[in-house]
Design a protein around this ligand. Structure first.
Ligand code: CO
Length: 177
């Protein structure tokens, strides 16, 4: 069963520039940023009600997201549904002969289970399925607190705007400069 839209992911070449629209102009709040090693991307989470906007910034130039950015430019990358039972959902999709990227769930950051459905199976949209694991709400809270602390410690920089704050930080191996 689908519980909600977990997130909509957007590929951006630079996080600080993207903050100019999503945070400063649109008014969303940044909850945290993390480097997701197995996908070679920095991910910024911007809660929007029950769901998140996730900005993906490729760090590793050989990653799938980097290749996507090079080929198709910035823009929407995938939509993710939170499901209560990812194995059951994958079985249901297989029964409907839908082409999957992951036949079995892979284990993402913090032990969460994720699987991607191939755009060929959905009519052109990359779809991610995601099952929340038991420890995750607590981990999300910890990350949120850590992020808020960083923003508070950098108050002087933060006061000049989130965008400026980001251009002053380095993420991953290459940084944003
Ligand atoms: Co995602």
């Amino acid at each position: 069963m689908i519980k909600k839209i977990s997130h909509i992911a957007v590929v951006v070449p630079k996080l600080d520039k993207a903050m100019g629209f999503w945070v400063e102009a649109l008014g969303l709040e940044l909850s945290h940023v993390e480097y997701v090693e197995d996908q070679g991307v920095d991910v910024a989470f911007l809660p929007a009600g029950e769901s998140d906007i996730e900005l993906l910034r490729p760090v590793d130039e050989t990653s799938g997201v980097a290749r996507y950015l090079e080929k198709r430019g910035p823009g929407m990358h995938h939509i993710c549904f939170e499901v209560d039972d990812i194995e059951a959902m994958l079985a249901r999709l297989k029964a409907h002969n839908i082409l999957l990227i992951n036949e079995e769930p892979t284990i993402g950051t913090g032990g969460k289970k994720i699987a991607f459905i191939h755009p060929k199976g959905t009519g052109g949209v990359l779809v991610e399925l995601y099952e929340l694991t038991t420890g995750e709400p607590a981990r999300r809270r910890e990350r949120l607190i850590a992020m808020r602390q960083r923003l508070t410690e950098g108050r002087r920089i933060y006061a000049t705007g989130v965008r400026a704050f980001f251009s002053g930080l380095r993420y991953g191996r290459n940084g944003d400069e």
